[in-house]
Write a protein that binds this ligand. Structure first.
Ligand SMILES: O=C(O)C(=O)CO
Length: 281
């Protein structure tokens, strides 16, 4: 047990962002990691040029790291958006256009987890209509994920930093997971348990773990407050990850924290180098 018993993956959309995108996979490898994950990197483009997809694929392959998670197109993130799939009109269309592109890119790298951020509530739009649109689009995404043998992740964010995002509790996100699975019959939708976001929402993290570990397809961490590295805040992250393991969660743990006022390569001192490649199980 302990951090050395986990398998980590470095989120290259929040760590190493001081580097150009194509240099980040090699930087993560240089820091000792063997796995990385990404938010959709082309914030303005659900369908980037093939040459851009190829360049990123090559950068990941050349670095010798595995891509273990990818977000679908989610609008301007970082920025004001928190997903596109429940946003009527152009954003929903962009999400749909992205589904096969993102799934194809993930498949080409053996990535088996696709995260679909739900999207903000829109002034003047009926929340029930947004939810109906979301379900339609999540069904498309779940089917695309299933075709490549992947899980579809549904994430709860935190209310203070995402005030217009409707999924700001574990039960809200798990409810969407259940509705998607009921609609598709595929059972490949899973909860993305981000301990930072849930802590910011004031949830009882041990209780969330005990209740929802079985429906969890991915876990992400940052300390709270501050969204920094483990040890910079007050969350007992090592204990919480042990509890997740005991509750049956055996997947990767995404390091989705800000490096603070230092280069990202220096933001891993909490984790001995020999533990960064991950436990071999
Ligand atoms: O926007 C965030 O904070 C996320 O965790 C996206 O996956």
């Amino acid at each position: 047990m302990g951090f050395a018993d986990q398998r980590f993956t470095v989120n290259l959309s929040i760590l190493f962002t001081e580097l150009p995108l194509l240099e980040r996979p090699a930087a993560a490898a240089e820091a000792g990691f063997g796995a990385v994950e990404l938010w959709w990197p082309w914030v303005d483009s659900p369908e980037p040029a093939q040459s851009e997809l190829d360049a990123l694929r090559t950068a990941i392959e050349d670095a010798g790291v595995r891509l273990t998670g990818l977000n679908f197109y989610a609008g301007r993130l970082p920025g004001p958006d928190r997903g596109a799939l429940s946003v009527p009109g152009e954003e929903s269309a962009r999400f749909r256009a992205n589904v096969e592109v993102a799934a194809g890119f993930a498949e080409s790298l053996g990535c088996r987890a696709l995260n679909a951020l739900y999207g903000n509530r829109v002034d003047g739009a009926d929340p029930a209509e947004q939810d109906a649109l979301a379900l339609e689009n999540l069904v498309l995404a779940a089917r695309a994920a299933d075709r490549i043998g992947a899980v579809l992740l549904i994430e709860a964010l935190n209310q203070p930093e995402s005030p217009h995002y409707p999924l700001v509790s574990a039960p809200a996100a798990v409810g969407v997971v259940d509705r998607v699975n009921a609609a598709t019959g595929l059972d490949n939708a899973r909860f993305l348990m981000d301990l930072y976001h849930l802590a910011m929402n004031g949830e009882d993290l041990p209780a969330v773990i005990d209740r929802h570990a079985g429906r969890t397809g991915h876990v992400q961490i940052a300390d709270s407050p501050g969204r920094g590295a483990p040890g910079t805040g007050s969350l007992p992250l090592e204990e919480l990850l042990d509890r997740l393991r005991k509750a049956g969660y055996d997947g990767r743990v995404g390091l989705e924290y800000k490096p603070g006022d230092r280069p990202s390569a220096e933001a891993f001192d909490w984790l001995p180098r020999e533990a960064r490649r991950g436990a071999s199980r």
